[in-house]
Design a protein around this ligand. Structure first.
Ligand SMILES: *Cc1c(COP(=O)(O)O)cnc(C)c1O
Length: 385
């Protein structure tokens, strides 16, 4: 199929949900992807912080192929080994007790909301301004802002109060006797890599403990080494009651998980999923985690993130409002819309994207080489003048 045919058929047969640049990506290797014209790009979007171990990693592909040969799917009516191996591994790296597997971020948030209701017997939630937790009705109810919600309001779940992010006292002030849980991202991703002050998570944890409500941390974007720790909560040593995961978990294979600490769990039939934790997804995710460990990508994320911050040298630029981030989760907030810079970068073989109109977000594969990162830096320096 030609590139033009892809554009044409997309327009004709697909719902116009996504706005995308007019390139068709055909393949990827390491931190680079190639389009239909043979042009290569260094990818700082990484499938929205999904391809942490890069494209076509041989260890991941081997695990995927071997498992596909044996058994792709059987449902949760039967035991399978990849599932329990992955659950054991997740406990080891996260410190959480138990896992429930699903297929996406939004689904893990749904599971978290349900688990909080079932555990507390209460129905109210507190979320933060600027939050993004997903597009399903429940997760959307905890997502801030009219842009994503307006046409669907009133949502089915209305008991969510939004308070300013990075303000623990504001959470304390709205908790009442019907509050089940507080849900927040340790760094807000979609609203532009908003990094809260040190101590915020710990203060929220203390308030939740004090008032007897659960803390749900949404680590869907920040998890698996993205911020320079296995999970962003580890920067402050804060343990949530419930944690949601997806994105980088399966190295591009769709999988999500909702983890909880000891004593907080569903019982038989209280929740479920047909595909959730199927052997193919779990074997692939396990391989992805092993790659992150073997190649020390968590430390690499921290080092390369710090290197980028030092080297990019655009901090005192009139169109740069702020440079911020943790590990390889980086944002350059501009004083103007960034669409043009994103398009120019694409032209020069760099994929970056724009969150909330004027924020360039960089979440490259954690395997990106120093040379590739230098190439990104040099293009950004040129474009941000
Ligand atoms: C992407 C994301 C989600 C939603 O994940 P999907 O897999 O798109 O459903 C939820 N929360 C956060 C923090 C995310 O970044």
């Amino acid at each position: 199929m030609s590139q033009e045919e892809v554009f044409e058929k997309e327009k004709r047969y697909m719902m116009p949900v996504y706005k995308r640049p007019r390139i068709v990506i055909e393949s990827g290797r390491g931190a680079k992807v190639t389009d239909y014209t043979g042009k290569e790009y260094i990818d700082c979007v990484a499938g929205i912080a999904v391809n942490a171990v890069g494209y076509s990693h041989p260890v991941v592909l081997k695990a995927l192929k071997e498992q596909a040969d044996k058994l792709m799917h059987i449902s949760n009516l039967y035991y399978t080994e990849p599932q329990v191996r992955l659950a054991e591994k997740l406990s080891a790296i996260s410190g959480m007790a138990k896992s429930f597997f699903c297929n996406s971020g939004a689904e893990s948030v749904e599971a978290a909301l349900k688990l909080a209701i079932k555990t507390t017997g209460k129905h109210k939630f507190i979320a933060t301004e600027g939050s993004f937790h997903g597009r399903t009705i429940g997760s959307l109810s905890a997502t801030f802002g009219t842009r994503l919600r307006a046409v669907f309001e009133p949502l089915l779940v209305q008991d969510v109060k939004f308070v300013p992010y990075n303000d623990a006292a504001a959470i304390g002030a709205v908790i009442d006797k019907d509050t089940a849980a507080v849900i927040l991202e340790p760094i807000q991703g979609e609203s532009g890599v908003i990094v809260p002050s040190g101590g915020y998570l710990k203060a929220v944890r203390d308030i939740c403990d004090d008032k007897g409500v659960l803390l749900i941390l949404d680590e869907i974007q920040t998890g698996f080494g993205r911020t320079g720790k296995w999970f962003c909560k580890d920067h402050e040593g804060v343990e949530p009651d419930i944690m949601t995961l997806a994105k980088a978990m399966g190295a591009g294979f769709p999988i999500g998980a909702m983890l909880a600490k000891e004593g907080i769990e569903f019982e038989a039939s209280e929740h479920g999923s047909t595909f959730g934790g199927n052997p193919l997804a779990c074997a692939t995710a396990l391989a992805a985690i092993k790659v992150i460990e073997a190649e020390k990508l968590v430390a690499r994320s921290k080092e390369l993130g710090e290197y980028f911050m030092d080297a990019v040298g655009i901090g005192s630029n009139p169109i740069v409002k702020e440079l911020r981030g943790k590990g390889l989760m980086i944002a350059i907030e501009l004083t103007k819309p960034c669409a043009e810079i994103v398009a120019d970068a694409l032209e020069r073989g760099i994929l970056i994207n724009c969150t909330s109109n004027n924020v360039i977000r960089l979440v490259p594969p954690l395997v990106i080489s120093k040379d590739e990162l230098d190439a990104v830096i040099s293009v950004l320096r040129e474009l941000i003048k």
